[in-house]
Design a protein around this ligand. Structure first.
Ligand code: ADP
Ligand code: MG
Length: 227
């Protein structure tokens, strides 16, 4: 379970005033739940996901993962939370351009496990997300948007995380690829993964158990059917 309590985040502006992104956001995400978040561009969705994933320190409030406050953890512990419990799918894939598809997928665990096992797991994951073997040794620049996104999902699953956090995972995909990615998420949910997903696509949001809208610094439940 992830409990988000009274989360506040501001950014400093050039005039040294504080720009408020959100205040007092509270949310509970249960194990195995798929929680969708929609909201206009600039409403703080990415900032919120980064706070939940332990990538960005909120100004106030807490994120509890299995009852433990991640911002009270020592840095090493928080890094492990981020690396091992959470799979993060970034808005712009963030694949490393000079590494092959296969190496991009194993990189998060490069120093943790024997390479043979990592490569074997990476191959399985890539196959699961529909990446064919002839693409394994390609550089990311040789992939389509849909392929890049699926490689990014395979990488996020490499540590066998309990939670998948996705920032607009279908934002740049055509309908066919969007449907493929959606199918992968539905399968992952069936396997028990907890999903926190930001999207502009109401059809994608609706697949979740609950939908919230982030707007004007507040999170409001809009439900799956009311969209
Ligand atoms: P969304 O993902 O909903 O589009 P973001 O979380 O990226 O929104 O951004 C929310 C607001 O915070 C935007 O107005 C954006 O310009 C601002 N912002 C985002 N990152 C930073 C930063 N590192 N420094 C200052 N302002 C930022
Ligand atoms: Mg964003």
């Amino acid at each position: 379970m992830i409990e988000i309590k009274y989360l506040k985040k501001t950014y400093s502006t050039i005039s040294s005033e504080k720009f408020r992104v959100f205040d007092d956001i509270s949310l509970v995400i249960h194990d195995g739940q798929w929680c969708s978040i929609i909201g206009p561009s600039g409403s703080g969705k990415t900032t919120f996901l980064n706070c939940v994933a332990g990538l960005l320190h909120p100004d106030e409030g807490e994120v509890l993962y299995e009852k433990i406050s991640i911002y009270n953890m020592k840095e090493k512990e928080r890094n492990n939370y981020r690396r091992l419990q959470i799979g993060f799918v970034f808005q712009d894939f963030k694949l490393l351009p000079h590494y092959s598809v296969l190496d991009n997928v194993i990189l998060p665990l490069y120093y943790d496990e024997p390479k043979r096992e990592l490569y074997s797991r990476a191959r399985n994951l890539l196959t699961q997300v529909g990446i064919s073997e002839d693409l394994f040794n390609r550089l990311p620049e040789g992939l389509s948007g849909g392929e890049k996104q699926r490689v990014a999902i395979a990488r996020a699953l490499m540590a066998n995380p309990k939670v998948l956090i996705c920032d607009e995972p279908t934002g740049s995909l055509d309908v066919a690829n969007r449907n493929k990615v959606l199918e992968i998420f539905l399968q992952l949910k069936q396997k028990g993964l907890t999903i926190l997903l930001v999207t502009h696509d109401e059809e994608v949001a609706k697949q979740g158990d609950v939908t919230y809208r982030l707007n004007d610094g507040q999170l409001e439940e809009v439900g799956g059917n009311k969209l």
